[in-house]
Ligand binder design. Structure first.
Ligand SMILES: [Zn+2]
Length: 338
């Protein structure tokens, strides 16, 4: 049901009352609430998407405020996870839609549960492996998804419509061939580039959900500094596993790592192999003789003279100021348990 609130959209012949009703009845899952994701979330909630689920594993930091449009300094001071801060802000922007923020690391054990009922998935991520995992899941469940990433002054976006377009794996090949992952943490990011990519993605999301026949079928690349925008035709890749119904990333065959570098190589993340759901207050009691412990319901920060770690209720932990993955595993076993 369209109301006056959406009159400027309903007036558009491309959307109209019918398109607006389709948006109101849609469930969208957004993975990654960063520079791109906050733009998409804001646009979709204002546009009246009926049900928006937001998933992110990080908390809001001061350096995020330069390009994460939904957050402010209070969110950093309160150590809020992005999923929680975004849900609160978005619900104030539009109380007539359902917004659910989920603090989680998307992995092969939870992704089908998180996105299986979605009408569309949209992601703003530089994490290539997670993109392959999203692609497997969306191909398996025939869910359209809208990919976007941005680093430096450059960004790209692509629509994947299972059965109608080449998939992410067709276009980007095998993640193991990508030796170095470029992220905003190691090469920087111009906020306006992420905003443009986020705007293109939210427009395509609205077009796909409202049934437009003008959906983009190309890979779009943008460089805001050089003022360039290119459309590249995509092709099916012969031998693409996802198109052949073989979902190796979802099966966990390609994502078995227990650790991975994060924060531009200045920290190591230890992934919990199974969701543990342990109690942070209990862990705080256990750790307090060994160092400084500070926690809220979303995370626990533990600092000693030589180490700093952040632990989440799902068992995931981030070890700051180190790139040594075996040390991180050792500390995880030592302080949290194997
Ligand atoms: Zn494919």
């Amino acid at each position: 049901m369209a109301t006056n609130r959406y009159i400027t959209q309903v007036l558009l012949p491309q959307i109209g009352e019918q398109g607006q009703d389709k948006l109101a009845n849609s469930t969208v899952v957004l993975i990654g609430i960063g520079a791109i994701g906050t733009v998409i979330a804001s646009a979709l909630v204002r546009a009246g998407i009926g049900n928006l689920r937001l998933i992110d594993k990080d908390s809001v930091e001061y350096y995020d405020l330069v390009n994460h449009v939904l957050f402010d300094e209070d969110d950093v001071r309160n150590q809020l996870p992005k999923a929680v801060a975004a849900e609160r802000r978005l619900q104030k922007i539009n109380s007539s839609v359902t917004v659910t923020g989920i603090l989680a690391d998307v992995n092969q054990s939870n992704i089908e549960h998180l996105i299986g009922d979605a009408d569309l998935v949209v992601a703003g991520l530089n994490d290539n492996e997670t993109c392959f995992l999203i692609n497997d899941t969306c191909m398996k469940h025939k869910i359209p998804w809208v990919h976007g990433k941005a680093v430096g002054t450059w960004g790209t976006t692509l629509n994947i419509l299972p059965g109608r377009t080449p998939c992410y794996q067709c276009v980007f090949g095998n993640p193991l061939t990508h030796e170095r992952i470029y992220t905003s943490k190691n090469v920087g990011l111009l906020g306006s580039t992420a905003f443009i990519i986020g705007c293109l993605q939210s427009t395509e999301t609205i077009k796909i959900l409202s049934g437009s026949d003008e959906i983009n079928y190309d890979l779009i690349t943008v460089d805001t500094w050089k003022r360039t925008l290119h459309h590249l035709r995509t092709n099916y890749r012969s031998g693409c596993l996802a198109c052949a119904g073989k979902f190796d990333f979802l099966a966990g065959k390609s994502l078995a790592k227990a650790t991975r570098p994060c924060d531009g190589g200045r920290a190591v993340e230890v992934l919990s192999p199974v969701v543990k759901n342990f109690s942070l207050p209990e862990l705080a009691t256990r750790l307090s003789p060994w160092g400084k412990v500070k926690y809220n319901e979303f995370m626990l920060r533990f600092t000693t003279d030589s180490h700093e770690m952040v632990v989440f209720p799902d068992g995931r932990a981030i070890f700051k100021n180190t790139s040594d993955e075996s040390l991180a595993l050792k500390l995880y076993a030592q302080y949290i348990g194997g």
